[in-house]
Design a protein around this ligand. Structure first.
Ligand code: NAP
Length: 539
């Protein structure tokens, strides 16, 4: 109930035009805050100008980064930020909690009280240091002199999650009730993020709860949905002050920071790695174009079945997070279908036959459905170019997840399929299941095919000078389809083109499978030309 009340209050505030309120501290909003982390005042001013231009909503002056820090330098910078009308947090972080310089606590405390007198809206001080009476009384006096300014009492855990984050949160709240508690920890796995989400869900008022590290990325993006007082964005990778910090440009352009609200439905791509996936770009562009209150996230789920199942359990047991669908990639496609089957969800005949799913949806009653849009995507890419597959001799190279989807689709037609794979046993097993032929890669020189389909990762970036077959084997009357889409023009496709063969790009399959997912996620038709343009720009 508490959560719902905050949500409603926040919704009302979100509808305000923030710009009208520049220079004022709006309670109950999530400030997109850029840390200014420079070695000298001149560089810091440059970063401040860049952050304003990049649409920061608040700045954090990381005074611990300033070389030979003095009170005068701190005042100069506060005064410079005040001219921008953006609210400012002054921080002079303890080395033990991730600070840059190794300034003594006395100097750091004095610099922060000076910053308050110079007009800092907030100062961030480690709560461990605030336990010292002599330090806390100095800070309290400065806060009393500047009653509009506020104290952020922080704690940073670099070794993993807090033992008991709720206890630490309550401790800070009791220690200085007017403070904004800030609890930040390293998420070693995405499953570590749920402590942070629960704390935000169960508490009200201003508080900052975030996870660091690659696995903590989503906590920074959905901080606004969950009502953290700030989320931090870097200007670029060089000025990032914590691992996993996202650039402000990505917050604004890729994740539509301005549109994020508490009701937003969440989607994402589950996999490992996911950083280079084009899916967040294309789905978010589609959601934006259709003006849908939906957000698509990269969900780095390291590990195997156990970690995947735990992630799904975490998500499905918290319907307030509003996750409604997932794309699934390596290594979790088999885990995805098994999870849905174990939970009594729906799986269609072809997906069952393939034995792997690349899409999961969650309906409003929490029911799960698994699909395989790789199969339909691949078949659309093929049949857009080849009308009739009857009796077409088709060589599929690879016996992994994509090969399964392609072979399942092809054997549903009257194509004559042979699977070539490095590990012959895998090819034979797949061929046995789908009633076709198998061979090792050593048989490729004797290849006799109308259609060649590469379903291995050979030729994928960064090893772009590799091809699964030599140029000489490609004939003019062949159709060559490379499922690899990064790069778009693989060496295999280049060779096929120069041999005069017809080619099908992996991007065609990628767009076709994403089109199906968009339909499943939204019930609407995707704008495929926008998807293609966005994917091309991403590649
Ligand atoms: P997977 O399950 O890991 O299978 C990889 C396949 O590639 C296996 O058959 C493996 O052979 C073979 N392979 C890997 N390295 C090889 C090498 N150096 N020499 C010979 N064979 C090698 O991966 P997947 O999910 O099927 O994905 C395969 C590729 O499809 C990806 O790299 C990606 O580029 C592409 N893909 C495209 C789309 C799209 O929409 N266009 C979607 C998903 C994936 P072994 O069995 O011997 O290990």
């Amino acid at each position: 109930m508490q959560y719902i009340r905050t949500v409603t209050a926040k919704k009302a505030l979100f509808s305000f035009d923030f710009k009208r309120y520049r220079g004022y501290i709006c309670p109950a909003m999530t400030y997109l805050t850029v840390p200014i982390a420079a070695g000298d005042v001149r560089q810091a001013k440059k970063q401040i100008d860049a952050a304003v231009k990049a649409r920061a909503e608040m700045l954090e002056l990381r005074l611990d980064y300033i070389d030979k820090l003095t009170h005068e330098k701190a005042v100069k910078l506060i005064e410079y930020v005040k001219k921008t009308s953006l609210p400012v947090i002054a921080t002079c972080r303890d080395k033990l909690e991730g600070g840059c310089g190794n300034y003594p606590v006395e100097l750091r405390t004095n610099v922060l009280t000076t910053a308050l007198d110079a007009g800092a809206d907030f100062i961030d001080f480690e709560y461990q240091n605030f336990l010292s009476k002599s330090l806390s009384s100095r800070i309290e006096k400065a806060l009393n002199r500047n009653p509009k300014s506020r104290l952020i009492l922080s704690s940073h855990h670099f070794s993993g999650p807090f033992d008991n984050i709720k206890r630490d949160y309550n401790f800070i709240r009791t220690l200085y009730p007017k403070a904004i508690p800030k609890l930040v920890y390293l998420a070693e796995h995405i499953n570590d993020c749920f402590d942070a989400f629960d704390l935000l869900c169960e508490t009200t008022g201003d508080r900052i709860v975030l996870c660091m590290g690659r696995a903590g990325l989503i906590s920074r993006i959905i901080a606004k949905k969950l009502g953290s007082f700030v989320t931090f964005a870097s200007l670029d990778s060089e000025t990032s002050t914590a691992s996993g910090q996202l650039a402000i440009e990505q917050f604004n352009d890729l994740y539509r920071y301005n549109s994020i609200d508490t009701d937003m439905k969440l989607f994402g791509i589950i996999g490992s790695p996911v950083e280079h996936s084009a899916s967040p770009a294309i789905h978010n562009a589609g959601f934006a174009k259709a003006d849908l209150n939906k957000l698509y996230l990269p969900l780095l789920v390291d590990g195997q079945k156990e970690q995947f199942n735990k992630f799904m359990d975490n998500v499905t047991s918290r319907n307030w997070l509003n996750f409604k669908g997932f794309s699934v990639t390596i290594p979790h496609k088999i885990n995805a279908i098994n999870y849905v089957l174990e939970k009594g969800g729906k799986v269609d005949r072809l997906t069952k036959k393939i034995g792997a799913a690349n899409t999961i949806t969650i309906d409003d009653d929490g029911h799960l459905t698994a699909y395989n849009s790789d199969c339909s995507g691949a078949m659309k890419a093929i049949t857009d170019k080849i009308e009739n597959l009857n009796d077409k001799k088709t060589a599929v190279m690879g016996a992994g997840g994509v090969a399964r989807a392609v072979v399942a689709g092809l054997t549903d037609t009257d194509a004559i399929v042979t699977i070539y794979n490095r590990t012959l046993l895998k090819a034979e097993k797949l061929a046995d299941e789908f009633k076709c032929k198998a061979a090792g890669l050593d048989k490729i020189p004797q290849i006799d095919a109308d259609i060649i389909i590469n379903c291995t990762s050979i030729g994928m970036s960064p090893k772009i000078d590799k091809s699964p077959i030599t140029k000489e084997l490609i004939k003019k009357n062949m159709v060559v389809f490379d499922t690899v889409y990064n790069p778009r023009q693989t060496l295999l496709l280049k060779n096929a083109k120069s041999a005069g063969a017809m080619t099908i790009e992996g991007l065609d399959m990628f767009i076709a499978q994403a089109e199906t997912q968009f339909d499943l996620f939204t019930g609407q038709k995707a704008d495929t030309s926008l998807m293609r343009k966005t994917a091309e720009a991403n590649l």
